[in-house]
Design a protein around this ligand. Sequence first.
Ligand code: G6P
Length: 367
Amino acid sequence: ARVDKAGHKHFMAKEIAEQPTVIAQTVQRYLGAEDNAITLPDDSLDFNTISRLSLVACGTAYFACLTAKYWFERLAGIPVDVDVASEFRYREPPIPAGTLALFVSQSGETADTLAALRYCKGRAARIASVVNVPESSIARESDLCLPTLAGTEIGVASTKAFTCQLTVLLLLALRAASDRGRLDEARKVELLDGLRALPNTLNRALDVSSTLEDIAQDLAEAQDILFLGRGLMYPLALEGALKLKEISYIHAEAYASGELKHGPIALIDTHMPVVVFAPHDALFDKSVSNMQEVMARGGKVVFVTDRKGWAAGQEGVWRHAIMPDVDPILAPILYAIPAQLLAYHTAVAKGTDVDQPRNLAKSVTVE
Ligand code: G6P
């Protein structure tokens, strides 16, 4: 079927707006409406037989993997390694028995990711993948393929495929936690209900678009932008910086907030916008003190938080956007929306080719 922009100015805008729908589809694929069983495409995977996870991907999918590390370790107690495929494949890492190697890819055709999969297959690891194109090479060569139901993604900068990857990875981490008896029933129900409610929550995040568009007019003037986050918001900060540089061509980088003092703080001056993703979670006070270090040096903070976070941390902040409340475990999926919208509106303000940014390809099938 031909895909059109459905009234949006760019495919990227359309794909951002589709997220509530495609995430609902993806959740429904794995989770019944009534029972709280997480169903995988086949039943052969028992996480009690898995002692270690190796997650491998490129680009945006790699940041989905970095997020999943926090989930698998915290919820399921499984040690996780995460690698970009181009490094993994040539490092010749040992693959101990009990490893589940998990490859994440929108296209299912990224050359480095496919080569990394074949490397692991040759060393008797169990192979699973999270892929958006079910007929792809990575899907076909996996023992277990977990589809994302994002639909066709046209914009080179990945948006809905990323949040669908996060959704599947979280469901898988919850399944692992449950298999291993690490998740009590009440907490499981709370998180699964949170996932079922997510489309609605995402719609409310999309309502903040005009605020982010406004902030983007100022970001478009910047030479460099720093993104900060802690815990689950750190990989999201990395993704926010990637999105921004891909389509607006503004130099952006991301740091774990706690690492600020080990280098990037030297860059802070009155010209430097610093985007901080900080919902009111267990690490919030630490994020605020990092933010204060930035503001004390004249840095201009864009504070992306929730109502409680805004009430507690607003002093001295330059610009802000307030997200709906969500369980901290689900926050990366929700905060992807403002990360994407900041990049999108900044690129539009700069007049770049949003859907086809220079030098980039949607799918990198050669090395
Ligand atoms: C390219 C695309 C990115 C994507 C990456 C990995 O660089 O421009 O948007 O994240 O490839 O692609 P994959 O299809 O494996 O997810």
